[in-house]
Ligand binder design. Structure first.
Ligand SMILES: Cc1cc2nc3c(=O)[nH]c(=O)nc-3n(C[C@H](O)[C@H](O)[C@H](O)COP(=O)(O)O)c2cc1C
Length: 199
């Protein structure tokens, strides 16, 4: 299976999985609130331990008062390209959950795992709508905690830039060379029947 971006899958999968990628050249086009809420809606339906839904999405659309606050959180490298995104999202997760019948919250083993599933659904929905979502850990996690009023008990997981793919000529030369969908390790290096092979 191949796709328009020259990625090739070894087994037959929906082309959506190949079409999603993390560009840095964005057009600067704004995103509607409706499209953004559709991304969060896709994330909302992710599975989670005890259906605890630990994910939270803090966001700013470009040309709104919060935009500068979110852009300022990013390291300069990420700022240099994410400034042309349409929206910035900071994803946080609750580290506790209230299982059915419990009287008080207990620590969640899987809050980051669950929130990763929600992020993946958001990213795929973005691709479906003609946007792309580019995740980042290159930002000031501590500052995000403070300026975004993140309550105690939450973990700041990642930031995400949403944008329309732009012309790579808008990027500096060294980034133009990297501006293409990446490949993946072969399946026989990541999936093992019966457990890891003996060392
Ligand atoms: C949690 C996470 C953090 C990332 N952090 C950054 C980042 O700070 N800056 C950046 O340019 N790309 C970042 N990336 C993008 C990855 O480099 C990219 O997803 C990976 O190379 C695979 O490429 P693809 O998404 O185009 O398939 C991050 C991705 C993830 C999932």
């Amino acid at each position: 299976m191949t796709t328009s971006n020259h990625r090739t899958a070894d087994h037959s999968i929906d082309k959506l999985f190949l079409d999603r990628w993390s560009p840095r050249a964005f057009t600067g086009e704004a995103i509607s609130e409706a499209d953004l809420l559709t991304l969060f809606e896709a994330a909302r339906w992710a599975p989670s331990s005890y259906n605890s839904q630990p994910w939270r999405f803090l966001y700013a659309r470009r040309d709104t008062p919060a935009w500068g606050v979110f852009l300022d959180l990013l390291i300069p490298f990420n700022q240099s390209w994410a400034k042309d995104a349409a929206a910035l999202i900071v994803i946080v997760s609750s580290s506790t959950m209230l299982p059915p019948g419990a009287e008080k919250p207990i620590p969640s083993h899987s809050h980051s795992f669950d929130t990763g599933a929600a992020w993946a659904q958001l990213a795929l929905q973005a691709t479906i709508l003609g946007w792309q979502a580019h995740a980042m850990v290159g930002f000031d996690l501590e500052k995000a905690f403070q300026v975004l009023n993140v309550p105690a008990g939450y973990r700041v997981e990642a930031a995400v830039a949403i944008g329309k793919v732009g012309d790579k000529s808008t990027l500096p030369d060294y980034l133009q060379a990297r501006e293409h969908p990446s490949d993946r390790n072969p399946l026989d290096r990541i999936a093992f029947e019966g457990g890891f092979p003996p060392a």
